[in-house]
Design a protein around this ligand. Structure first.
Ligand SMILES: [Zn+2]
Length: 561
């Protein structure tokens, strides 16, 4: 007797095989049979010809904080995600000494656009070490399955305190960090994650701790990870970290290196392809480099209270050091500062997050009623109309509204022909949802649905079995996640039932449901009919439907070599 049988489904196996019509039976949270005429079940779901695939594995999330107050990590499971990888870029909250909690939250609030009030009100600090963090998650239960990285910035802060954002580590400190990486790997980390990206800054514009690591530290920690014969090194790389260097690390540690973030830029259109060629050349030499990319255009909602897209610029430093609106206003009004920004925008065009594409920067929401008419206009147009320079135009508008104007910038990855080529490369890892972070800038938690609908059905860049594979079997292989990611007997019953004719991610919307009432962007699914985690239904066509006390996810601690 099965617990659950799903009948009359077009099954996509996650390995890239052709769809097979039939039934799937579940016993005790595992796939017990795939075939036809399976027989009696406690519950039968008639799929009426809908598609059934393994649940989506989201390889790049930042749910480390949210999961402590929201074990279902809304909205991901309602968007088909049954497994989330946490701790990307090394921005974890464990290990953390009680004295460093506020410092850690202030880093996160800035680098990942999380509300500080929400973090202070929400995080349950019932841990200090990484193993204790995993134990706490297991005790409280989790909605989807989770895998956690050992995070470089957290480990560096644990060992060096405030100095973590100030200086290189001593040999003794590197040894202590390496010991913490070993401890995390021994107790269930999926790997070690770090960032050298210039855009990753904490409070006041201080670089995130991992950015202060020198070559000796990075090598030592990646090697410490690899000693156990398992684990993935994940890096969000800055402009100074080269692919050949990462290939060296992969050789030394004998482990795969997952490299974020491969975005296509209209102002530097060959850069992404050069990186991809280097990664593929390394793979052809037998070294496991994986380029992590996105299937969503990178656009950001922002205000001038915290304009993330400008913050990797050197000239922006004075603004980042300003802690309130008054101080910010003073910087923004300064003609000399504006001139320095203008100079850098022009000198570094093609290498910045925002590359002066003023025609792709829009007013979303004006604060004053008389400015409502500007909503939807581009800054290029507004500047032309006012016969002003676009930088002056945007700063003057923001200042006139007490920095409350919301803008959106379409930054990267919006040339569909170029992005299609990157997605069609069978070895790129499609993820980068950044779910759980940048909550006020964007919400790409529904990236999987977007791949299935937009890229596969509408544009035909990948066929459906391949698109499914890229969201399931492929990432399971990259992260060494055992017995998930395929519709196969003995595998976990992580399932997603959907309509290939309509599947899509919904429009983004603003919701004020974080602890302390802070706002975030969220989205709903289109064409999704059911999501199961380890055989337990967690979402239906209307969204999350799980009894929130039954938390079927597994805190994973064992990974394949
Ligand atoms: Zn990230």
């Amino acid at each position: 007797m099965f617990d659950l049988v799903i009948k009359d489904a077009e099954m996509l196996d996650g390995a890239g095989g052709k769809p097979v019509h039939g039934e799937l039976g579940v016993v005790a949270g595992k796939i017990a049979a795939v075939g036809n005429g399976l027989g009696a079940a406690r519950e039968t779901v008639k799929a009426d010809g809908l598609a059934l695939m393994p649940g989506i594995i989201d390889g790049h999330t930042h749910y480390d904080a949210q999961i402590t107050w929201d074990p279902f990590v809304d909205p991901s499971p309602a968007l088909g995600v049954t497994t989330a990888v946490l701790g990307n870029c090394g921005f974890t909250i464990a290990p953390c000494k009680p004295a460093d909690r506020d410092l850690t939250m202030r880093h996160l609030t800035h680098v990942e656009g999380m509300s500080l009030d929400a973090l202070r009100a929400g995080i349950r600090w019932e841990f200090e070490s990484f193993p204790q963090y995993l134990d706490m998650l297991a005790r409280q239960g989790v909605g989807p399955n989770v895998a956690c990285f050992a995070g470089h910035s957290a480990i560096r802060t644990f060992v060096m305190g405030e100095d973590a954002t100030e200086r290189a580590a001593t040999d003794e400190e590197v040894a202590q960090m390496a010991a913490l990486v070993r401890e995390a790997m021994a107790t269930g980390a999926v790997g070690f994650a770090s960032s050298t990206a210039e855009a990753h800054n904490g409070e006041g514009g201080t670089p995130m701790p991992s950015r202060l690591a020198d070559d000796r530290e990075l090598r030592a920690l990646v090697k410490a990870m690899g000693e156990c014969g398992r684990g993935v090194y994940m890096l969000t790389k800055g402009s100074k970290t080269s692919i050949p260097y990462l290939e060296e690390l992969a050789i030394e540690a004998k482990r795969p290196v997952v490299i974020a973030a491969l975005f296509h830029s209209n102002t530097n259109p060959t850069a992404a392809f050069t990186t991809l060629e280097q990664v593929n050349a390394a793979r052809s030499r037998g070294h496991r480099l994986v380029a992590q990319t996105s299937c969503c255009p990178l656009s950001m909602d922002f205000t001038f209270k915290s304009p993330y897209l400008f913050e990797s610029m050197r000239s922006w430093k004075p603004a980042m050091a300003a802690h309130d609106k008054e101080a910010l206003g003073k910087v923004y009004r300064d003609p000399a500062w504006r001139e320095a920004v203008r100079r850098e925008l022009s000198a570094s065009r093609g290498r910045l997050v925002f590359n002066s594409e003023w025609d792709k920067l829009f007013v979303v929401e004006a604060a004053k009623p008389e400015n409502r008419k500007l909503e939807g206009a581009t800054l290029a147009d507004l500047a032309r109309q006012a016969n002003k320079d676009p930088l002056n135009t945007i700063l003057d508008l923001a200042l006139s509204e007490n920095l409350e104007t919301t803008f959106v910038a379409q930054l990267l990855h919006n040339d569909e022909e170029a992005v299609g080529k990157i997605l069609a490369d069978p070895d790129t890892h499609i993820s980068l949802s950044d779910a759980g972070a940048h909550l006020t800038f964007f919400c790409d938690a529904g990236f999987g649905l977007h791949l299935l609908g937009h890229w596969s059905r509408d544009l035909g860049v990948l066929d459906l079995p391949q698109a499914v594979h890229r969201l399931t079997g492929q990432p399971a292989g990259i992260f060494g996640i055992p017995n998930r990611g395929l519709l196969r007997e003995g595998y976990a019953a992580d399932l997603m039932l959907f309509d290939p004719a309509t599947v899509a991610r919904g429009e983004k919307r603003r919701s004020h449901d974080l602890p302390s009432g802070a706002a975030r962007l969220t989205t709903s699914a289109v064409g999704l009919h059911g999501v199961w985690v380890n055989g337990v239904k967690v979402a239906d066509a209307k969204g999350l439907c799980a009894d929130r006390t039954a938390r079927p996810g597994e805190v994973m601690r064992r990974f394949n070599a």
